[in-house]
Design a protein around this ligand. Structure first.
Ligand code: ADP
Ligand code: MG
Length: 247
């Protein structure tokens, strides 16, 4: 991972790069062109939003960047590595070392406590030693304001609290990139703003690149760069100078 980081800095490649990336889902006889010819370069340290109606291709795009899926045409690079060419085992390892995920349904593990949920990727994927693990879990829970709930189980938390834990879990392994797919869809508006604000604060503190997808135009105010996705195409790119300004 450190070698990769060094080489990336040397060749000065954007953190995420898509070259004519397209995705057709084939189901039986039916081909669904979910993404058409996406060209995109995202620099490290940005807070980015993909916004667009349901079915426009946002999740497909995040899945390609997160190497959960491969494009049917074109190429996808993350941190200088061509993730679209990786086999499953290589991409799983790459994901574990470089990418954190935050989901609409939080995806916390119900039989684990808040603390154990955040600790889990550090044991399973990153093999971080116990003392460092304890330090990181405690630090992250503190940052997201969940330290006092560390012993609780997901079922005992509100939606906003669950998503705070998911943010802590995504960040604990110190990924360079965090992908959040409709992270606020199951939250009320006030809570949604808070969670987005929290992600923005985390981005500033850890210099992590955040990319989130949403169909809700109202909550993209924290994003520095907003891509509108419609019908599998990027139809607008907008910079938002006011990002992070409002609380
Ligand atoms: P969004 O996240 O913006 O709602 P998606 O990326 O999920 O959009 O979907 C884009 C298009 O691809 C939609 O038409 C959707 O029905 C289709 N699609 C998504 N996933 C699959 C799949 N696994 N198989 C077939 N079609 C899919
Ligand atoms: Mg989606």
């Amino acid at each position: 991972m450190i070698e990769l980081k060094d080489s990336v800095t040397r060749i000065n490649m954007p953190l995420v790069k898509l070259e004519n990336a397209g995705k057709n889902y084939i189901t039986g006889e039916i081909s669904t062109p979910a993404l058409k010819e996406i060209n995109l370069s995202i620099e490290a340290g940005k807070f980015i939003s993909f916004v667009g109606p349901s079915g426009s291709g946002k999740t497909t795009l995040l899945n390609l960047i997160g190497c959960l899926d491969r494009p049917t045409s074109g190429r996808v690079f993350v941190a200088g590595a061509e993730v679209s060419a990786m086999d499953r085992k290589t991409s799983a390892k790459f994901r574990g070392e470089n990418i954190g995920f935050i989901f609409q349904n939080f995806n916390l593990i119900p039989v684990l406590t808040v603390y154990e949920n955040v600790e889990y990727p550090l044991i399973m994927v990153q093999n971080v030693q116990p003392e460092e693990r304890r330090r990181r879990v405690t630090e992250m829970l503190d940052k997201v304001g969940m330290a006092e709930q560390a012993h609780k189980y997901p079922a005992q938390l509100s939606g906003g609290q669950k998503q705070r834990v998911a943010v802590a879990r995504a960040l604990a392994p110190r990924p360079r990139l965090v992908l959040a797919d409709e992270p606020t869809a199951n939250l009320d508006h006030a809570t949604a703003y808070k969670v987005i604000g929290l992600m923005h604060a985390m981005k500033k503190e850890f210099d992590t690149t955040f990319i989130f997808a949403t169909h809700d135009q109202k909550i993209v105010g924290e994003a520095e760069l907003i891509y509108t996705i419609e019908d599998g195409l990027i139809t607008e790119t907008r910079e938002n100078a006011a990002a992070g300004g409002k609380k």
